[in-house]
Design a protein around this ligand. Structure first.
Ligand code: ATP
Length: 313
């Protein structure tokens, strides 16, 4: 088996990461599987851990125990090295989901049960090279980057005390739903200009513009049902509405991905996307706060390798 690095965010999912790490450690020691593990102690550290695991410990796979934020940071480190002047051998990533939303794990068929997820990470039933969303100048995202409503939802959820409380009850995904209702009550839409592969569209009354690499975010919200991390294209979903009340039906259908025919919703596909707005809007990248607009995103095709469950079809 290739050499194994492990990155653990012990605080993910309100300390679920630490609990799962205990189980994983016991399993690895019992089965005499060697590894190098690094635990995060602050935001941003998973990127540095990934770089160190590859450069200094020459690992060929990194198993992430954490949520989408930790996957985001780790993928950033792996991508940086693969794009450096002296590129390193391919290092694949696998996840044992320990966060709130765990959209990345869901996209690649990884089960919630930590030892089942570990088995996939160790045995590699299948791998896939996935596209990345490169938000210039330095960020890469694995799942999605969004501006406006969802930027605000990500910020409020990550700061909310109910996220911790609901995580403790195993109801973490509900925290995104509560935040959506909170932001819905106060959000003020604005005009934006979306450029997709050179074509500019003016978007009055824009609530949300999300660039998606996988179909869902926030745990269960099927924001962009046609998005695929292997098609070499980024999908963009835009929601516009003059009034709050008219937006309600969209919010109610978006969980099932049934909002796609609603006149307030439009979709685009492309490789180079920019979003300009009349006033700076909050931006989320893989559910973490990532600054504000303007945004310039380039699609990086087949940029990193992910260990996934055996595809069913
Ligand atoms: N020890 C730490 N202390 C504080 N923040 C940390 C620490 N380790 C990691 N982080 C930050 O926490 C963020 C969120 O982590 P992560 O996504 O793993 O868990 P989560 O927020 O519970 O899950 P989700 O993203 O699915 O909601 C990461 O982006 C990272 O920057």
């Amino acid at each position: 088996m290739s050499s194994i690095g492990i990155i653990v965010n012990p605080l993910s999912g309100n300390d679920r990461g630490a609990h799962i790490w205990g189980e994983v450690q016991t399993y690895l020691q019992t089965h005499q599987i060697s590894y190098v593990a690094k635990l995060t102690t602050k935001a941003g550290e998973a990127t540095r851990h990934a770089i160190s695991l590859i450069q200094e410990h020459h690992v060929e796979r990194i198993i992430i125990i954490g949520g989408d934020g930790t996957v985001h940071e780790t993928a950033g480190g792996v991508w940086q090295l693969q794009n450096s002047l002296n590129p390193h051998p391919i290092c694949s990533i696998a996840v044992i989901p320990a966060g709130t939303g765990n959209d990345f794990a869901k996209a690649y068929g990884i089960p919630k049960h930590s030892l089942e997820a570990l088995e996939i990470a160790l045995t590699t039933p299948s791998t896939v090279q996935i596209d990345l969303l490169h938000a210039l100048p330095t960020q890469v995202a694995v799942n999605s980057i969004g501006a406006g409503f969802d930027g605000m939802v990500a910020k409020i959820t990550n700061e909310a005390s109910y996220k911790k409380f609901l995580n403790r009850l195993g109801l973490g995904k509900l925290s995104y739903f509560i935040s959506i209702l909170r932001v819905f009550a106060t959000y003020q839409p604005s005009t934006a200009w979306l450029k997709v592969d050179g074509n500019v569209t003016e978007l009055p009354d824009m609530w949300l513009a999300a660039v998606a690499n996988i179909p869902f975010y926030g745990g269960a919200i099927q924001i962009c049902p046609t998005a695929s991390p292997t098609d070499g294209m980024a999908d963009v979903v835009v929601i516009q509405s003059k009034g709050r009340i008219r937006l309600l039906p969209v919010l109610f259908t978006v969980y099932q991905g049934k909002h796609t025919k609603h006149p307030a919703v439009s979709f685009y596909k492309g490789k180079s996307i920019s979003i300009q707005t009349e006033k700076p809007l909050l931006v989320q990248a893989d559910g973490e706060f990532a600054g504000s607009t303007p945004l310039q995103i380039e699609l990086l095709p087949a940029a990193i390798t992910v260990i996934r469950a055996k595809p069913t079809a």
